[in-house]
Structure formats: structure tokens, C-alpha cells
Design a binder for this molecule. Structure first.
Ligand code: HEM
Length: 379
């Protein structure tokens, strides 16, 4: 069994905005190995990552087991077919592109309200003032969360990303209560629609409802926040791209795909093997954790020409930032739309935007997500 070519910890000890991508380039040379610190097989090359994601029969998503976690184990991202198929089909009935498109006026208004608040100052923290609040407000509105509870939401959502059991419990209890209220008195929100949704006569159980609400919050907030912040990092690194987008805003959807590839919000995800299998010349036994590095696959030169260059009009762009196969991100249409609305407002209203040159940009301390804690900008 091939072991750590370079300790995982070493990489985390020296976090820098681009150190990660240098490390990936090295890791793609020794494509699959076992990391004893992380107790997981590590997979970096595009074809291997794509295969793990698409072969759910061999690489299961069922990685959480009660009593380790009580809430969240029935969430669609942690289940395999046939359970996953029925959960996903119910979820798609209510969380679909049509519902997302109806949100365009609200998303636009929220973005402009947040920009109005800072417009006169000529400076802001892009994360705190825009990239963090937009996705939270939107998902809270979709779910029908009362305004006064949204601060708690942000706190729990942050905690849940690190699977903090207290945050999970608090959010689970909150949703159980809200679902009870909506059962008695349905409203025009996603929770009420989920309660009503059936698939072949089957309804979501109370636990599945709670877990679905949690996955929407957890899956949708930090990822979209980082898509927005990472876009600014890309524009700062490639000022000509920012100029080009101001002149040709129709390029924005392609630019967003390139941000997703170049600085993927989710860098790594886990699976567990259901049988012994061969991958990258290694034999992986049954029951082993496998970590796929989306961020490394998205910089793989064998798949992407000039992979370490941000090409604003890269097309096609078959990045894996939203995953691949049956678990492909359910929120991708929402994330793309939020990206388009917020970034087109930025191009119009903050045409002279630049990152404070004196700022030290600090990465979020997690190996699985990529983004900065704060992003002071002048405009
Ligand atoms: C830039 C933003 C986003 C990124 C990069 C992202 C990325 C991903 C990835 C990589 C997966 C696959 C997980 C796996 O295979 O185990 C996924 C699944 C998922 N995402 Fe997203 N996501 C984003 C935004 C959103 C939003 C806005 C929502 C909803 C509000 C959302 C909801 C979900 C759900 C429910 C799943 C599970 C789907 C399934 O297992 O069938 N995501 N996302």
C-alpha cells in the first residue's frame, strides 16, 4: 500500500492562497495513496475523481452512522439508492429551476439593498457585507424562516459545516418545531411544499424533512458565499478579466463556471468503499474511506488546457465543482443564479473595485472548503 508521499498536515501548516494548487500538482504525480493521519485514501486525478463520484455502487455516500449523528444521517447527500432516488425525486418536485427563477426579483432587491448600505463608504468587507448575507437571506426566505431567527441560523450553519453536534441538535430542534407549525398551518414556502410532496404515495418522514432543511442550509450557504468571494479573488488576480466582464457582461455565466473550476468552493469530499476495488493502480479494501479532491481534479492538465490559468471564456468547462453523477448538486441552478445577480451588480456598481493591498487574506481553516474569512475591498 502506498503511504503519504507528503504529510497532509504539512500542507495545512502553511496555508496560503495558492499553496494548495502547488501541492495538488505534486499529488497528481502519485495519484492514489493512503493517508494514515486522515485514515483515508486520497484521490487527485480528474478521471479517478470522476469515477469515484459516478460509481455509487462501489463508492457509497453512506458515511455517517447513528448514534454518531442523529440528525443529518437521512440527508440525501449521505444516502445511496434506492433511498437516495426517492428522496431526490421528492426534493426535485419542490426545489426545481422554476422555483429558483421566481426568486430573481427578490435576489436582485436584496443585493442592491446590501450594496446601498455601504455605497457611500467606498470600502467594505466583501464577505461580511455581501457574500455571507445574500445566500443566507435567500435560503431562509425559500424555507420560510422568520426574520428574527436568521442570526441563529448563521451560527448553526457555521457550526454544522464542522459537524458540531450542538449546532446540529439546535438546528434539528428548530426545524422540528417549525415543521410542526407548518403541518397545522401550511404557508407558501418550501417546508409546506415538502410536507405535501409525495412520491408514489410515499411522503417524507419527519426526520427526512428535518435533514433536508439542514442540507439546504449547510450545502447552500458557505459554498455560495465562497463562490462570490473567490470570484473577487480571481478578478483581482486577473484585472484584464474584470475589465473584459465590465465591457461584455454576457460572459459572466462562463466566468462563473471558471471561478468554480479555478477556485472550487468545495475542495474535497468523502466516500466509503462497499467492495474491494482497484483505483490508480492501488487495491482499496472494502469499508475504506476515500477522499476525492475536486479542487485537484479541476486543475488537472490532462483534462483542462492551461489548467492553472483563469480563462474567462473557457468552453466547454466540465469541472467537478458541483460533483458528478447521482449526487450532482441540487442547488446548482440557485448558486449560478445568485452568482450572476450579485456579480453583475458588482460589475455595474463597483467598477473600480480592488482588494485592500495592505490586507492579509486568511483562508478558512478547513481542508475541504476554499475561501477567505474576510475580504476588505475599496471601490
Ligand atoms: C457554489 C455553490 C455550491 C457548490 C460549489 C456546491 C457543491 C456541491 C457538491 C460538490 C455536491 C455533491 C456532493 C456529493 O457528491 O457528495 C453538492 C450536493 C448538493 N448540494 Fe450543492 N453546492 C453549491 C450550492 C448549493 C446550494 C445553493 C444548495 C441549496 C440551497 C445546494 C444543495 C445541495 C444538495 C441538497 C446536495 C445533495 C444532492 C444529492 O446528494 O443528491 N448546493 N453540492
Amino acid at each position: 500500500m502506498q503511504q503519504n508521499p507528503q504529510s497532509f498536515k504539512t500542507r495545512l501548516d502553511k496555508p496560503s492562497l495558492d499553496g494548495l494548487f502547488v501541492w495538488y500538482a505534486e499529488m497528481r504525480q502519485s495519484p492514489v495513496f493512503y493517508d494514515s493521519e486522515r485514515e483515508s485514501w486520497m484521490v487527485f486525478r480528474y478521471p479517478d475523481v470522476k469515477r469515484v463520484l459516478s460509481e455509487w455502487q462501489t463508492f457509497s455516500s453512506h458515511i455517517l452512522h447513528p448514534p454518531e449523528q442523529t440528525d443529518f444521517t437521512q440527508s440525501l447527500n449521505f444516502t445511496d439508492p434506492p433511498k437516495h432516488r426517492s428522496l431526490r425525486s421528492l426534493a426535485q418536485q419542490v426545489f426545481n429551476p422554476h422555483r429558483v427563477e421566481q426568486l430573481i426579483p427578490r435576489m436582485t432587491a436584496i443585493t442592491h439593498e446590501l450594496l446601498d448600505r455601504v455605497a457611500e463608504h467606498g470600502q467594505m468587507d466583501f464577505m461580511q457585507n455581501l457574500a455571507i448575507p445574500v445566500p443566507i437571506i435567500i435560503i431562509a426566505e425559500i424555507l420560510g424562516i422568520p426574520l428574527e431567527d436568521r442570526e441563529d441560523f448563521k451560527r448553526w450553519s457555521d457550526g454544522i459545516v464542522t459537524l458540531d453536534p450542538i449546532a446540529l441538535q439546535s438546528m434539528g430542534d428548530y426545524f422540528r418545531d417549525l415543521i410542526k407549525q407548518r403541518r397545522g398551518k401550511p404557508s407558501h414556502d418550501l417546508i409546506s411544499d415538502l410536507i405535501a410532496a409525495h412520491e408514489g404515495g410515499e411522503k417524507l418522514t419527519a426526520q427526512e424533512l428535518v435533514d433536508f432543511c439542514i442540507v439546504l442550509l449547510v450545502g447552500g450557504n458557505e459554498t455560495t458565499t465562497n463562490l462570490l468571494g473567490n470570484a473577487i479573488l480571481c478578478f483581482n488576480e486577473y484585472p484584464k478579466v474584470f475589465e473584459q466582464l465590465k465591457n461584455e457582461p454576457s460572459l459572466l455565466p462562463l466566468a462563473i463556471e471558471e471561478v468554480l473550476r479555478y477556485r472550487s468552493s468545495i475542495q474535497a469530499m468523502q466516500r466509503i468503499t462497499t467492495v474491494e476495488t482497484q483505483l490508480g493502480g492501488q487495491t482499496i479494501p472494502v469499508g475504506q474511506m476515500v477522499t476525492v479532491w475536486l479542487g485537484a481534479a479541476n486543475r488537472d492538465e490532462t483534462q483542462f488546457e492551461q489548467a492553472d490559468t483563469f480563462m474567462v471564456d473557457r468552453n466547454p468547462n466540465p469541472h467537478l465543482a458541483f460533483g458528478n453523477g447521482i449526487h450532482f448538486c441540487l442547488g446548482a441552478p440557485l448558486a449560478r443564479l445568485e452568482g450572476k445577480i450579485v456579480l453583475s451588480a458588482v460589475l455595474k456598481r463597483l467598477p473600480n473595485l480592488h482588494i485592500d493591498p495592505t490586507a492579509t487574506l486568511e483562508l478558512i481553516p478547513s481542508s475541504d472548503v476554499h475561501g477567505v474569512k474576510s475580504l476588505p475591498i475599496f471601490f
